[in-house]
Design a protein around this ligand. Structure first.
Ligand code: HEC
Length: 233
């Protein structure tokens, strides 16, 4: 029989800290040689469009930027033409992402921040966004929740003015992936990581190639040096 202490130690070692609502998935974009998973980020755009864009803007992006996620220009034109701008006209690939239309007073003065660079601004990036989106749990007994707020174990201070934006089936995925809350959260986190740094994949690729190149150069230099010095004797 394993003692409860040993068991909880094992759980901790396995990364399943009991306090976490969901154990975070690993994000392909993290780490020095990470890359954006284009399919996940495309699904994440669908999540952003249907579950976030009413409140949060993405002011740094134009629809054409979606080509960077592997969408064709025809697909981007199709997406843009389905989006109605504030003046009633339809978006084109060159339109900036439609600004959110929430009144400043809607959340007791708490403004939904622009999400263009949130993944770069918050420690943890994608993992933080995922944790906030899946961090709505019942409040600990005795904790007074401020009016218009929700308990969220991942948000600094534990109380957030954002109503839980995701639920199972909040979006229909074109690629047939099952839209669980966790899947939606992971995908939109990947999308926002790309939005904050659209050149992440290519930069990391160049970095890796440079490392390989200089590693090779080092070996050549070493061989030349050995040869030159051994000729002396
Ligand atoms: C009904 C409006 C609304 C919707 C829909 C919404 N949000 Fe929010 N969001 C807010 C508000 C308001 C805040 C500010 C919370 C606060 O200050 O307490 C916020 C805060 C956040 C934060 C925390 C930012 C920080 O300061 O660390 C993130 C991340 C975020 N939202 C992401 C999303 C994502 C991703 C979606 C879509 C899945 C989404 N939100 C949908 C209103 C919304």
């Amino acid at each position: 029989m394993m003692r409860p202490f040993t068991l909880s130690l094992l759980a901790l070692l396995a990364g399943a800290a009991p306090a976490m609502a969901q154990s975070a998935p690993s994000f392909p974009s993290s780490g020095p040689f990470g890359h954006i998973d284009d399919a996940a980020a495309q699904r994440g755009f669908a999540v952003y469009e249907s579950a976030c864009s009413a409140c949060h803007s993405l002011g740094a992006l134009h629809y054409r930027d979606l080509e960077g996620l592997g969408l064709t220009s025809a697909q981007v034109a199709g997406i843009a033409s389905g989006i109605k701008l504030a003046d009633g006209s339809l978006a084109t690939p060159d339109s900036p992402f439609k600004p959110a239309a929430v009144p400043a007073s809607a959340f007791g003065g708490a403004l939904p921040p622009d999400l263009s660079s949130i993944a770069a601004q918050r420690p943890g990036g994608a993992a933080y966004i995922y944790a906030v989106l899946t961090g709505y749990t019942p409040a600990p007994a005795g904790l007074a929740i401020m009016p218009g707020h929700y308990y969220n174990s991942a948000y600094p201070g534990g109380q957030i003015a954002m109503p839980p934006p995701l639920h199972d089936g909040a979006v229909t995925y074109a690629d047939g992936t099952s839209p669980t809350t966790a899947q939606e959260a992971a995908d939109v986190a990947e999308f926002l990581t790309w939005a904050a740094d659209p050149t992440l994949t290519i930069r990391h690729e160049i970095g890796l190639r440079a490392l390989i190149f200089f590693g090779f150069l080092f070996l050549v230099a070493l061989a030349v040096k050995r040869r030159a010095w051994s000729a002396q004797s």
